[in-house]
Design a binder for this molecule. Structure first.
Ligand SMILES: Nc1ncnc2c1ncn2[C@@H]1O[C@H](COP(=O)(O)OP(=O)(O)OP(=O)(O)O)[C@@H](O)[C@H]1O
Ligand SMILES: [Mg+2]
Length: 215
């Protein structure tokens, strides 16, 4: 965190080695929350697929501004409260992953309720546990169940699995919902859409925002 008199800058990363787990969805929706709160928001999209950059291109000019960049070297000190959110590509491992982790003190790991995704999450969580002591001490890791369908057995399995991960905080479960599909299509986040239509999703994001703000 870079401290500048009267303002602060938070940096966080959304990562899971598994593709399609909801990294870009969580990045862009968090960005919409912080932009609506009046903060200076930057997404650093390090994924060659550029999902977050494409989302930003669709974002209506009338909505609070979010800056997008594809390189972390362009980040400058900010005059007001600022947040930098990294969208990482899938399948980064070893030293490359550890080098990215050095840039942040918070990592959010979305996990889908499917056996393949849970196995991949286990491998990734083990890899994070093996990161050197500097990284392990410095970063807080939060787990998020994504595309949850509450009454299904596989979601209950995921819920149990995430609760058991020692040293990793299981923060919240986000439901499987068309608001996120709409978000991906329009450049809006749930915080740019109607309150009533997104009330449950906002409720589910609350613990995540509280966790980020407290770190
Ligand atoms: N909670 C959700 N409800 C409904 N759809 C969702 C949800 N989360 C993600 N999706 C959809 O699932 C797809 C994959 O999500 P997303 O692109 O965020 O994953 P990713 O981890 O960034 O993928 P990649 O590894 O390819 O970068 C997208 O089409 C997205 O709109
Ligand atoms: Mg992505």
């Amino acid at each position: 965190m870079i401290l500048i008199r009267g303002s602060f800058m938070k940096t966080l990363m959304v990562y899971n080695s598994k593709g399609g787990s909801g990294k870009s969805t969580i990045c862009t929706n968090l960005a919409s929350y912080y932009a609506q709160s009046g903060m200076d928001v930057t997404i650093i999209d390090l994924d060659p697929q550029q999902s977050s950059m494409q989302w930003l291109k669709m974002r209506p000019i009338s909505k609070p501004k979010i800056t997008g960049t594809t390189s972390s070297s362009k980040i400058q000190k900010k005059k007001k409260d600022a947040i930098v959110i990294y969208d990482l590509p899938a399948a980064i491992h070893g030293d490359r992953l550890y080098n990215y982790l050095k840039k942040t003190n918070m990592v959010i790991v979305p996990v889908l309720p499917s056996p393949i995704d849970m196995r991949a999450a286990s491998d990734f969580i083990n890899e994070l546990r093996k990161a050197g002591p500097v990284i392990r001490k410095k970063i807080k890791i939060g787990l998020v169940a994504n595309r949850a369908r509450a009454i299904t057995n596989i979601f209950l399995e995921l819920d149990n699995y995430l609760l058991k991960q020692k040293g990793f905080k299981y923060i919240t479960a986000l439901r499987d919902n068309t608001n996120y599909i709409k978000s991906a299509k329009t450049g809006l986040g749930i915080y740019d859409m109607g309150q009533a239509q997104t009330a449950q999703d906002r409720e589910e994001f609350k613990p995540l925002i509280r966790w980020i703000n407290s770190n």
